[in-house]
Design a protein around this ligand. Sequence first.
Ligand code: CUA
Length: 346
Amino acid sequence: MIGPLLLALSEGSPQNLSIFDPVSPPAQSIHHLSLLVLAITAGIFLVVESVLIYSLLRFRRGYAPGSSEPPQVYGSKPIEIAWTAAPALVVFVLTLVIARTEWEVRVDLDHPPPEIKDGHPLRVRVVGHQWWWEFNYDSYGDEKLGFIAANELHVPASILSESGERRPVFLTLESADVAHSFWVPRLAGKTDLIPGKTNTMWFETEHTGLFVGQCAEYCGTQHANMLLRVYVDSLEEFSRWLVNQKKDARDSDELRKDKEAFLSQSCINCHRVRGTLARGTFGPDLTHLMSRNTLAAGMILNDGGVKNLRAWIADPQTIKPGCLMPAFGLSESDLDRVVRYLASLE
Ligand code: CUA
């Protein structure tokens, strides 16, 4: 509870999760739909409440002598037709606009419509885990990528001006365990990640910056701390980020002792550090751990190993009770080395 709050304050920017402030076409479609539904339901609310309040006042006991009860109506065809037809019409209109919104939001990523197909799509396969996000970067335009990141999704800004090329983000969504749901309200609606099924979603925005979201489907103890961060980078920033992510983990002679200490621990059964013997896939890929701003799926700031990373490795359960990473009871010196090695992975 306190952790994410401090994180929000420390970054000095309000974490905007409002569906009323959309910056991407799918979120805009949903925003329009929600305004229409709100208007219709507000209209119904007003009519019902007005009739109710009018009846309460007009026919209350002691008011209007001689007419203590409203006229009783039995079997009136016009009234019955009216109260059947009006709701049916409302439901019909809602069904049509919802179908249109579905049509706008859902895109077959193998055959996207021409207006976004001709761009430079970034394709990422998202896998939901208890309780973190795996991002498999498949391709960017025609370029194959093939690296894995976690919890912080970097995407390029999509330039929508006449001359600019569009850079939509195409996500395929899968789950490694239970059902999760990917939700970054300002970019797109919720889409579930369901075991044994592949869902898809897309978004694009020209607004750079951080867009926060979170898992929106109860998935176990730490569901509330399965946080999501989408960084929309300028094209240059994104290219720089890509170049770094494609590299194998940093290696140098002065890291040798720390690296050996890390590789001798059971960390490597669950975590991958590309270019080393650590090839686990159960937990997040750590190859470029220091390129992330947060740890533990957005719960704590990544302070480069000073305090938070050390505390996390020493005992993840005090920070994220129930999470699937155990405390391994490392000695202080082993802990120092492991932290030093991980803090070098830029
Ligand atoms: Cu994953 Cu809730």
